[in-house]
Design a protein. Structure first.
Length: 290
């Protein structure tokens, strides 16, 4: 076969079979803010919300974005993952929700990741859901809390608890967009329609600007027919709301969590780190991050 007879290279595709765009590195920003607020939601636990929050924050920060991570889960997993002990925190997002005179700048903590700050949480936040019930405009309190910080950051990522209760509704009311991490497992599919319905209700009644930024397939194993079938089903049901980027299953994620470090610095050349860098580029290219 001569060089003229070579078969042209097959263009790369994503796991859903779509052509995979080449997402360029984001251009540097001339100035910071106002932030796009993105809520990471799924009422099912263990789908990679916190892992995605931490690693997406680090990836965006690596591209020069200033990022605030809001830990909005009483388990405080995002706080732990960024090197803080929830039991040793004297002020958290709970104080901002419940104390009218609390100042967000007094609660935000710098992290070991350049350009990433944290609004921490601990078990105190579990009381807020009950205490907020009697408050006026209770669904909008997080939005009020975050407003003074929005001009200081390019992206604010809110790590929600695995529920569709009042805290999650607060996150959706404060957000511009929703990123839905979805485990590549059939049982995980069942709750996505309910979550999308909740997003639509919040958009209709509380926050007209809210949109779905994308569904992110996580814990994907290309060796299994099961994972590939789930991807196909999600694409069939939600079309281009399914992001091109897919996060594979790997032990490096729990390893980096134990080290209290994003995978982008813990194992920068690992496919998991490269996937989160691609996710950051994809969201910027879509206009869903600064």
């Amino acid at each position: 076969m001569t060089s003229q007879d070579k078969v042209p290279a097959t263009p790369p595709t994503d796991p859903a079979g779509r052509p995979l765009p080449q997402f360029a590195d984001p251009a540097p920003l001339a100035a910071h803010g106002p932030a796009r607020v993105i809520a990471l939601c799924n009422q099912k636990g263990g789908v990679g919300k916190t892992t995605t929050t931490i690693n997406l924050a680090a990836a965006l920060a690596g591209y020069g974005r200033r990022v605030l991570v809001v830990d909005f889960d009483p388990q405080g997993a995002a706080s732990v993952g960024l090197g803080f002990s929830p039991h040793e925190l004297d002020r958290t997002v709970y104080n901002l929700l419940m104390e009218r005179n609390a100042v967000i700048g007094d609660v935000i903590r710098p992290t070991g990741v350049e350009n990433v700050d944290l609004l921490p949480a601990n078990i105190d936040l579990s009381a807020a859901e009950v205490q907020l019930v009697g408050e006026v405009a209770r669904e909008s309190i997080l939005s009020r809390v975050l407003r003074p910080a929005e001009d200081l950051y390019d992206v604010i990522l809110v790590d929600c608890q695995p529920s569709l209760g009042l805290l999650t509704v607060n996150a959706l009311t404060a957000a511009h967009g929703v990123l839905i991490p979805l485990e590549c497992e059939f049982f995980a599919l069942r709750g996505v329609a309910l979550l999308i319905e909740t997003v639509e209700k919040v958009r209709d009644r509380l926050n007209p600007r809210l949109e779905v930024d994308g569904i992110l397939a996580t814990m994907y194993d290309p060796r299994t027919l099961h994972s590939r079938e789930v991807i196909a089903r999600v694409h069939e049901a939600f079309g281009d709301q399914l992001l091109h980027t897919v996060i594979g299953r790997t032990v490096k994620f729990p390893d980096s969590s134990v080290a209290a470090e994003p995978i982008t610095t813990y194992a920068p050349n690992h496919p998991g780190a490269l996937a989160y860098l691609q996710l950051a580029r994809e969201l910027v290219a879509r206009g869903d991050a600064a």
